[in-house]
Design a protein around this ligand. Structure first.
Ligand SMILES: NC(=O)c1ccc[n+]([C@@H]2O[C@H](COP(=O)([O-])OP(=O)(O)OC[C@H]3O[C@@H](n4cnc5c(N)ncnc54)[C@H](OP(=O)(O)O)[C@@H]3O)[C@@H](O)[C@H]2O)c1
Length: 336
């Protein structure tokens, strides 16, 4: 059994992770952390866990966490996570980090997009990006895994095979994405306040969303290209799910069937990427670790449409996939 600790256990992604790990036959959750005082039961914060996980929420030091677990999932906000990860690694624990702190290649990009000097900059660019479909071979020997961003996964999975084929222009890509409100986390914010977002849709962070450099850098890493992406996130009045519509230009006219063949060939052996003929919907992948993708050719331009559950393939499910790769377990264990 692998002893697991979860940091930031009161949040949305942590709850999803706990539910997945409770079904996983090879793990035992030994610690869940929170800044809340008084060691409340985790089920008092997440009532869906009553009778399923009897553990108190504790405000533990990294050393205490490391003494209880060999693998730690950090479900903390960015900037907070990188303050703690070095001390966790020093205890000998492996870390899967949900935050964006180790996803970018360099400290200058982190400062530009996150507005903070990175406290552990030496690990940037040297940390494995935990998207098994692209970087599987790097995962088993890693100590720290940067779990991908939810929007980023919905864009990288459809784009990477096309750009890898060299048949498409890398410098003219539009990613238009809609996300459910849980993507913003559990802490109350004006934008996610019920009367603000219910029965309403809005774009946000236009031209400056932090997943832009992540998508560009990760695709660059896997294809050797320098993609330029206009990424427009929008908030949709639903709890969970991401739908991305991606516009990319072929260098020469291309048939829809050929685009689908590129996608099918790339993901033929991937359990969690489904290349589908129909137009996928967020409901098709809700509560699952699947990313559904299709392609259309419209007026010479290729449209890629992808969808996933931001809390599962976009966060906790991807993290369990990474855990399985890290420990040599079947990749779908606990996920189907
Ligand atoms: N939501 C998604 O769809 C999604 C998808 C992919 C990645 N992520 C990333 O995963 C991480 C967790 O996301 P989430 O949606 O689960 O967030 P969340 O619901 O806001 O939970 C984060 C938890 O971290 C704890 N925390 C510890 N230090 C904190 C601090 N300084 N400021 C605020 N909270 C602090 C909080 O618990 P206490 O107050 O009890 O201490 C909070 O419940 C984030 O880095 C996020 O960017 C989220």
């Amino acid at each position: 059994m692998i002893d697991i600790a979860i940091l930031g256990a009161t949040g949305y992604t942590a709850l999803e992770l706990i539910k997945l790990l409770l079904r996983h036959p090879q793990v035992r959750i030994t610690a869940v952390t929170s800044r809340q005082e008084g060691r409340p039961e985790v089920s008092s914060v997440h009532p869906s866990l009553v009778g399923r996980l009897n553990l108190p929420l504790e405000d533990l030091s990294p050393e205490e966490v490391g003494s209880r677990a060999e693998c730690v999932f950090s479900c903390l906000p960015h900037c907070t996570s990188a303050e703690i990860v070095p001390s966790l690694l020093a205890t000998g624990a492996k870390v899967i980090d949900f935050s964006a702190d180790y996803r970018l290649d360099d400290a200058a990009s982190y400062l530009e997009w996150y507005g903070h000097h990175h406290p552990d900059a030496a690990r940037l660019g040297a940390t494995v990006y935990g998207l098994p479909e692209l970087f599987r071979s790097q995962i088993p020997t890693a100590w720290l895994i940067a779990n991908p961003g939810c929007y980023a996964t919905s864009a990288i999975l459809p784009l990477a095979p096309l750009l890898h084929s060299q048949l498409f222009m890398a410098d003219d890509i539009i990613v238009d994405s809609k996300s459910g409100v849980s993507g913003a986390g559990r802490s109350p914010k004006l934008m996610t306040h019920f009367p603000e977002c219910n029965e309403s849709m809005s774009a946000y962070n236009v031209g400056r969303h932090r997943h832009t450099p992540e998508i560009e850098q990760v695709i660059g890493r896997s294809t050797g290209l320098t993609p330029q992406i206009i990424f427009t996130p929008q908030l949709a009045p639903m709890d969970r799910g991401i739908l991305s519509t991606i516009y990319i230009k072929p260098k020469k006219a291309v048939a829809e069937g050929d685009v689908m063949t590129i996608l099918r060939d790339a993901y033929a052996n991937e359990r969690f990427v489904r290349i589908v003929d129909h137009l996928p919907a967020t409901k098709d992948v809700a509560d699952t670790n699947f990313c559904d993708i299709t392609a259309r050719v419209v007026r010479g331009r290729v449209l890629l449409i992808s969808c996933l559950d931001n809390l599962v393939k976009g966060a906790a499910g991807a993290a369990v996939q990474n855990l399985n790769c890290l420990y040599g377990l079947p990749e779908s264990m606990g996920l189907l």
